[in-house]
Design a protein around this ligand. Sequence first.
Ligand SMILES: Nc1ncnc2c1ncn2[C@@H]1O[C@H](COP(=O)(O)OP(=O)(O)OP(=O)(O)O)[C@@H](O)[C@H]1O
Ligand SMILES: C[C@@](O)(CCO)CC(=O)[O-]
Ligand SMILES: [Mg+2]
Length: 387
Amino acid sequence: MTMEVRARAPGKIILAGEHAVVHGSAAVAASIGLYTSVTLRFHSPSDNDDNTLTLHLMDVGLNFSWPIGRIKEVLPDSINTIASSPTTCSPETIKLIATLVEEHEIPETKIGIASGVIAFLWLYTSIHGNKAATVSVSSELPLGSGLGSSAAFCVSLCGAFLGLSDSVKVDFGQHGWAAFGEKEQQLVNKWAFEGEKIIHGKPSGIDNTVSTFGNLIKFKSGDLTRIKSNMILKMLITNTKVGRNTKALVAGVNERKNRHPDAMTSVFTAVDFISNEFASILQSSSDDHLQKEQKVEELMQMNQGLLQCMGVSHASIETVLRTTLKYKLTSKLTGAGGGGCVLTLLPSLLSSTVIDKVIGELEECGFQCLIAEIGGNGLEICFDGLS
Ligand SMILES: Nc1ncnc2c1ncn2[C@@H]1O[C@H](COP(=O)(O)OP(=O)(O)OP(=O)(O)O)[C@@H](O)[C@H]1O
Ligand SMILES: C[C@@](O)(CCO)CC(=O)[O-]
Ligand SMILES: [Mg+2]
């Protein structure tokens, strides 16, 4: 019997429409070639650690272990949830799960991890009840930086959990990394969205959707449209390394909307037009690449202005904008903002000397730069080399 599975899910960049997408506007996002990986192993009867649920979070160097008896005591209903019907974790259950998390010490500097651990416990016990297991998570993504680490975390966990669940049909004979079928992807995506709700408060669902399905997508009010594009977009990603948390930023925009409903609704409507136009340009069959790049740059600039209007820019983001502008390059924040990552379009005719210079100057400011592959695969699972 298969006792172990690996799953990996990519991070993402939002090309247009973050925050506004939470309020019903369209947004455009692409997966990037940086993954979060999860290994799930069920314990065999001979294992000494048979009766625990253990979580290793390699990126933050934290380990959690709960005796199954303790989980049963705190969450008596956990065995009643059905893997094939994703359900929202109630505020009361979040509180109960939080008591399990609080039994482990998390250093103050890593306290943001607690919500991820709560999401893990909700997803695991909902899908596998009180079964003993060991789960390890590691990521190539910077955590809490706008590249969708929370979604990649939830999607890869759900992929591994459902990969070994009776409610999902998977071909254990397959070799190498393989995608789920459409129906299974939908189920993973729904569960991952429930995890994102625990971490983000009020997510739009764009991050888990692009992490599950990969490629390039337009997303509006929960609906996904796949974008087919022949335009090669090269984006420089600059991580300002200024920490922030998506939940607080999303809540801040909501408060601004409550204070200025008409003005903010107009801002969100403007973003909706920007995202739709962005998607049209990507899909356009025109081969005037230069003109398409110029339009994309202008839309990025407009979107950044509106993100400033929403109050989610940051001094470090403005430094990136100013620095790249010296080289006539256009940038916008990506993800929730407030620090985190900034995108800069690298036009196809830009020389590598200029790219090296701008990267050098950004790195001198203490930022980290990377050029990621855009629009790759979504969630994949693998049973190779496992018992
Ligand atoms: N590899 C991981 N290990 C443990 N926890 C993780 C991991 N990846 C994400 N998380 C959880 O997700 C939280 C970060 O999510 P957050 O939504 O604030 O940022 P993000 O997803 O990286 O950026 P954005 O939402 O703007 O794209 C962490 O504090 C932690 O709770
Ligand atoms: C800020 C936000 O729009 C994107 C975060 O990557 C939040 C969301 O859509 O859930
Ligand atoms: Mg997130």
